[in-house]
Write a protein that binds this ligand. Structure first.
Ligand code: HEC
Ligand code: HEC
Ligand code: HEC
Length: 359
């Protein structure tokens, strides 16, 4: 007997197959157990789809900053140790064997890392991978943070275990973990900020020493609630209660500020522009003088206003950009960020970095 193929019969066949598939899945016979791993064909399909998708979408990613920058790698490493190593391992720290039992298992980076272009790594880290345990970045618009992670991933295969620990744990490298309460929380903060709040590896981390306690506390609360997006800070404060945040703010406010302002390897003409904006503002652009809020006298009136003297220029400039594009939402500084050009922001940040505490 022959069956003539007509469009109607083909359609009916397709619908029949679809219904049969649905019936199979919802009958409970489809096995979702992870123990057997994926069928080879599923694995091939998922991986192929992942590689093609990453390659295509990475075309939209902006050009990377220079990735062989120690400060950038240190920032990435500090986050990697807590946010990625539990799944992927790290130099000298093989993956937890329990991880091999998830489907698909996370690749073990202590044994090397597949070749990916920096833009492709950016895409994977920013958005994660669907149908796998690979999570997306907590703050996907913080491209600066994602590039820090890509810088670390690029450096990772060449790092010895010691070099990795120094990059990830700073002054806490090699110290026994443990402690309780504030001490335990502080041990985590100190990996990046040091206990004295002066930070490490050049401008990798903002200086906390001597910032007002009220400002430190409101910042920690803003990170914890996600109001100030930063994966690097949201992870460490995520599990802490408000009493702990208060204790940590108290600790860092009590540390003496940086003894020596950053070296002035900045063209004097640029410092002059910065000084003028800080002291007088730019009346034509309706920009108030920064020192009306950030100088010593103003801060004595309002302890919630941060001091900028002696802070890293790169950090200050980066924060002004975050205010400009609305990732930091405090309204006064949003308006100010909007009125500064990129060049002016760089100049005023450089000037503040060279200042000692204004009395
Ligand atoms: C809960 C476990 C988990 C965490 C946490 C995790 N990943 Fe993954 N990651 C995975 C899994 C699973 C895959 C495999 C995806 C696949 O097979 O397509 C993966 C894949 C990757 C890949 C692609 C590697 C390759 O060669 O296919 C990169 C790069 C990566 N992760 C980086 C990171 C970074 C950076 C972090 C931290 C910010 C991180 N991962 C956090 C589970 C995790
Ligand atoms: C993985 C490294 C890392 C760890 C761990 C870490 N921080 Fe941070 N911290 C950063 C980075 C990077 C920034 C800058 C955030 C940004 O750019 O938005 C920051 C910013 C801050 C700020 C805001 C400073 C300012 O001038 O606004 C405070 C306050 C702070 N951290 C306190 C802490 C405390 C307290 C802990 C421990 C619970 C901690 N940090 C743990 C990296 C870290
Ligand atoms: C009217 C008061 C006011 C003026 C004027 C002002 N600021 Fe601010 N600034 C603030 C407040 C309040 C904050 C804290 C914002 C927050 O909590 O997110 C801040 C925060 C900042 C930060 C982030 C500091 C950190 O540690 O993360 C930078 C950078 C900054 N201001 C730069 C400037 C510059 C540059 C100028 C001058 C062009 C300026 N500000 C003028 C009130 C002011």
């Amino acid at each position: 007997m022959t069956i003539r193929l007509t469009w109607r019969r083909l359609l009916a066949g397709a619908i029949g197959l679809g219904l049969g598939g649905l019936l199979f899945v919802f009958s409970g016979l489809f096995n979702v157990a992870a123990t057997g791993g994926h069928w080879a064909v599923t694995d091939w399909l998922l991986h192929g789809a992942m590689r093609s998708s990453v390659r295509t979408y990475s075309l939209l990613v902006e050009a990377p900053p220079p990735l062989d920058d120690r400060a950038l790698q240190a920032r990435g490493a500090g986050h990697y140790a807590e946010g990625c190593a539990p799944c992927h391992g790290a130099p000298g720290q093989p993956q937890n064997p329990a991880m091999q039992r998830s489907t698909p298992p996370p690749p073990d980076f202590s044994a090397g890392l597949d070749e990916w272009e920096p833009k492709e790594l950016f895409r994977i880290v920013q958005h994660g991978v669907r149908y796998t345990g690979m999570p997306g970045w907590i703050a996907p618009d913080r491209h600066d943070e994602i590039w820090a992670m890509v810088a670390l991933l690029e450096a990772l295969p060449a790092l010895s275990p010691q070099a990795y620990r120094a990059l990830a744990d700073g002054e806490m490298a090699g110290r026994p973990q443990g402690g309780q309460g504030v001490e335990a929380a502080l041990a985590d903060c100190a990996r990046c900020h040091n206990r004295d709040g002066l930070g490490r590896d050049g401008a990798a981390f903002p200086r906390l020493a001597g910032l007002p306690e009220d400002y430190l506390l409101s910042s920690l609360r803003a990170f914890a609630s996600g109001d100030r997006p930063s994966a690097l800070m949201q992870l460490p404060v995520g599990g802490l209660d408000d009493a702990m945040l208060q204790a940590l703010a108290r600790h860092y406010a009590a540390q003496p500020a940086a003894p020596q302002p950053a070296g002035a390897d900045v063209p004097p003409a640029m410092l002059e522009v910065g000084a003028r904006i800080a002291r007088d503002g730019l009346p034509a652009a309706q920009l108030p003088a920064c020192l009306s809020c950030h100088g010593g006298a103003a801060r004595a009136r309002n302890p919630a206003w941060p001091r900028l003297d002696g802070q890293h220029a790169a950090y200050l400039e980066g924060q002004l950009a975050l205010f400009r594009d609305g990732q930091r939402r405090e309204p006064v500084m949003r308006a100010i960020g909007d009125r500064l050009t990129a060049g002016q922001a760089r100049a005023v940040a450089a000037w503040f970095a060279t200042q000692a505490e204004t009395p």
